[in-house]
Design a protein around this ligand. Structure first.
Ligand code: ARG
Length: 460
């Protein structure tokens, strides 16, 4: 018999390096608190159901509580020989209270135990992710309120398209983050489910009370199929998928921070806290943290692909392949919490160069659509209006003259429908103010949208 907890039918002892390959303790010790919490709920139920004697259950509970205390004080030592967090905790419990510790594993398997720990772990972290998204939304809202009247070029194809309010731009990210928020919130539903009681795969002959365990651990739902309970990792895949989408959004924002802090754009300047210098070029101030966040998107996408691929074609129920699930989720959780925190503060501390933003829309023909709309409103079919304005733009580029700098005679030479009132329309301020269609950039819309966003945030 080998020394292992499962060693009964084994006659040989594996080499240390083989144990090392199979072990997960290096990363699953992150679930130590959840493992103890799960065991405490389980033994409490075993006692209530008289599945083990009350005094044994009490001894086990005392032992587990002491271990929880030692864990909080960083006093527990785990070993690769004990493979994973479940067997490490059980070994430590045995060392503390003796062979009675062995009764803890009655009506339980490591398969439903690991699933329970993992569910608990994520259930505890999802609120942190939601709070971090909410914080970033808060920064966007605060900035948005300050910048309703800040006009900047809106881009398509990274070319000046039409003038917009900077607040409108910020609110676009608020919306994306709100969808992320909703997705992580929904993710709670599939995480907030108790697998424990499924035992290895088929349930148990002991008269367990899963409702009691769920209530103790604060789970709202219970898995209703024991095979599914031990083999489901959808909640983790969903989490990684949500994280991938979140990072896709963050990477777009990061890209704009990087571009906008460049000499050419100069729309934003970062506080010293969120920039780094160069070891050779004394003038440099690099947007390293935005770049690194953009870069970490790779890790998060990779984690999603990794877990999806691990789970692909796995026969029911538990397979050791699934041990690969946790490291990905743990690392991604750290990443997204850090990145959200960075952006929350980095954006709050950045200086917005409103003057440069505004100047960028003065002579850039981004009011060309205004002129085409103006002519269309005077009855010219929009396609013709588009062609007329196209010619005017071409003339303007040749003569280095903005549309609003052209004389009425010059404008009328291209289209007699143009009158003195055109100049008001060509003002970027008016261009923004008059885009009042639902969801448009008009100042009036933004003021309402800021209120709506505030309400959404208050419902978090
Ligand atoms: N360390 C394992 C994991 O993370 C725990 C479950 C092991 N169960 C088993 N029958 N080998 O998945």
């Amino acid at each position: 018999m080998s020394e292992k907890l499962w060693g009964g039918r084994f006659t040989q002892v594996a080499a240390e390096w083989v144990d090392e390959f199979g072990a997960s303790i290096n990363f699953d010790q992150a679930m130590a608190a959840e493992d103890i919490e799960g065991s405490l709920a389980h033994v409490k139920m075993l006692k209530k159901q008289a599945i083990i004697p009350a005094e044994d259950a009490d001894t086990i509970m005392q032992g587990l509580t002491a271990l929880a205390q030692e864990l909080a004080e960083n006093k527990l030592t785990f070993t690769v020989a004990n493979e994973d967090i479940h067997m490490n905790i059980e070994a430590l419990l045995t060392a503390k209270i003796g062979p009675v510790a062995g009764k803890l594993h009655t009506a339980r398997s490591r398969n439903d135990q690991v699933a329970t720990d993992f569910h608990l772990w994520l259930k505890h972290r999802l609120p942190l992710v939601l709070a971090a998204i909410d914080d970033l939304q808060g920064t966007l809202l605060t900035l948005g309120k300050k910048h309703v009247k800040t006009i900047m070029p809106g881009y398509t194809h990274l070319q000046h398209a039409q003038p917009i309010s900077y607040a409108h731009y910020l609110l676009a990210y608020f919306e994306m983050l709100q969808r992320d928020y909703d997705r992580f919130e929904f993710n709670q539903r599939h995480t907030d489910m108790l697998p424990l009681g499924a035992a290895a795969l088929a349930g148990t002959t002991f008269p367990i009370d899963r409702e009691d365990v769920a209530a103790t651990l604060g789970f709202t739902e219970i898995y209703h199929n024991s095979l599914d309970a031990v083999s489901d990792r959808d909640f983790a895949v969903e989490f990684l998928s949500n994280a991938a989408m979140l990072m896709m959004h963050i990477s777009r924002l990061a890209e704009e921070v990087i571009l906008w802090t460049s000499y050419e754009f100069n729309y934003l300047s970062l506080s010293d806290d969120f920039a780094t210098g160069s070891s050779i070029m004394p003038q440099k101030k690099n947007a390293d943290f935005a770049e690194l966040s953009r870069g970490k998107t790779g890790q998060v996408y990779g984690a999603l692909m990794s877990l999806l691929t691990t789970m692909k074609a796995l026969p029911l129920a538990y397979n050791k392949d699934m041990q690969e699930d946790k490291a990905q989720v743990f690392a991604v959780t750290d990443t997204i919490l850090a990145v959200l925190k960075i952006f929350t503060q980095m954006l709050a501390e950045a200086t917005v160069n409103t003057e440069k933003m505004h100047k960028s829309v003065l002579n850039d023909f981004s009011n060309a659509t205004e002129l085409a709309d103006y002519l269309a409103k005077k009855g010219l079919p929009f396609r013709q209006a588009h062609a007329v304005v196209g010619e005017l733009v071409l003339a303007g580029i040749r003569n280095k003259q903005a549309l609003q700098a052209m004389s009425l005679a010059q404008l009328q030479a291209h289209c007699p429908l143009i009158e003195q009132d055109v100049y008001a329309v060509l003002d970027p301020e008016v261009a923004v103010a008059t885009r009042t269609s639902l969801g448009g950039t008009a100042f009036r819309n933004i003021t309402q949208e800021l209120e709506r966003a505030e309400k959404i945030k208050n419902e978090h």
